[in-house]
Write a protein that binds this ligand. Structure first.
Ligand code: GLN
Length: 382
């Protein structure tokens, strides 16, 4: 049999999660929260299971969920989607991204993405038979930025899709409206579809707010999100894609043959979450912000370089603060010697020189766990 392509190999998250189990280290690796989701959401799913709502949902998702997703996008961002033809429920945002890329790109086409990129973008591109073209986000004191000329040069006649992720995993960058307008203009000139992964849409900090690129390029954007990150239910696998009718019809047609549909009781729980639990999300956001600050302050006070993060579960530290420019080597050492697991960001780069020294820490863990992990990293460095 042919070897498994690199893009479809065991993910860095699974590798680092296994290392955490093997060493008993505190895991600031795989990004999932310690906390439990809103009570009302959990109860709805439990009651649905007990009541027998356990059969297939419609392939595009149950209507009440499509309606509440449409209302959420309209209320929060002013973007309008018809729940019957412009919204599809998926098995997590990951499936939405895969289906969107497969719907909009094929063999020989190019898919452009910023690096570091979330690993599923590379896998989805590979599954579509398309080529990946990565444009670096460059770290500086203010965070992460890109060169618009370099992005423009990455576009060719074969470019069909740009994958955008904001708030961005793993850097915590939240793209500004000006950046989104510039990106949208390029995609318009080249007639490129934008697949926009917005799973951290609620989780932005300080006075930074998430802006969906669909607000500036509605006619060419497939907006993807889900409940996993916002409502601490990453295992429920409830995501969605919203966009223009023609694009969503194509996404839905691919999606039917990936998973057909996703858990009916969890879809019902998601309706409660989006309709009744937004106060809960705001408390989560504020508490995550405090935890970001705790981790940042402890490490920065010890002289470790932390890049500013405005959203998501993650921040980046510079491995050179630990005496090595090899973030991968550091991540393979600290589980054993510091009792902490992190993720080497170089795994998300095609141009490793741009990210060799970057290490991702997840701060979506309990305060005591984070404080202990931060102390351990400082002791290891000393
Ligand atoms: N999205 C999470 C992260 O970035 C989990 C990824 C995964 O395990 N596939 O860590």
């Amino acid at each position: 049999a042919a070897p498994i392509p690199a893009e479809l190999g065991v993910s860095i998250f699974s590798r680092m999660a296994a290392l955490a189990v093997e060493t008993g280290a505190i895991s600031l690796g795989q990004g999932f929260p310690d906390g439990i989701g809103p009570e009302a959401m959990l109860r709805t799913a439990q009651e649905a299971i007990a009541a027998g709502d356990n059969q297939y949902a419609p392939a595009i998702g149950i209507k009440p969920l499509r309606e509440v997703i449409s209302a959420q996008r309209a209320d929060r961002y002013g973007t309008e989607y018809d729940p019957d033809s412009q919204v599809v429920v998926t098995a997590g945002a990951t499936e939405a991204i895969t289906a969107a890329v497969m719907a909009a790109a094929g063999p020989g086409d190019d898919v452009v993405m910023f690096e570091p990129y979330y690993d599923s973008y590379a896998a989805a591109t590979r599954l579509a038979g398309a080529n990946r073209v990565a444009v670096p986000l460059i770290a500086d004191d203010a965070g992460f930025a890109f060169d618009l000329n370099r992005l423009a040069e990455a576009f060719t006649d074969r470019t069909r899709v740009l994958i955008l992720n904001t708030p961005h995993n793993p850097t915590g960058k939240v793209f500004t409206t000006d950046e989104l307008v510039a990106i949208a203009r390029l995609c318009e000139e080249r007639d490129v579809v934008i697949v926009s992964d917005e799973v951290y849409e609620y989780l932005t900090f300080d006075d930074v707010r998430h802006v969906p690129v669909a607000a500036v390029a509605p006619e060419r954007t497939i907006s993807v999100s889900g409940i996993g990150k916002s409502f601490s239910a990453t295992g429920w696998r409830i995501g969605w894609a919203c966009g223009p009718t023609d694009l969503i019809a194509r996404v839905a047609s691919v999606k039917q043959f990936l998973s057909f549909t996703t858990g009916t009781p969890f879809q019902l729980g998601a309706v409660t979450a989006l309709r009744d639990c937004l106060d809960w999300v705001e408390r989560l956001r504020l508490s995550l912000q405090d935890r970001r600050d705790l981790l940042t302050t402890t490490l920065t006070d010890a002289g470790i370089t932390v890049y500013p993060t405005s959203g998501s579960y993650f921040l980046q530290v510079d491995s050179r603060s630990f005496g090595t420019d090899d973030g991968m080597a550091l991540c393979l050492d600290i589980p054993h010697k510091a009792g902490v697991v992190a993720v080497p960001s170089v795994a998300f780069f095609d141009h490793p020189d741009a990210g060799r020294h970057l290490v991702r820490l997840a701060f979506c863990k309990e305060t005591e766990t984070l404080a202990e992990a931060a102390d351990r990293l400082v002791r290891y460095r000393d």
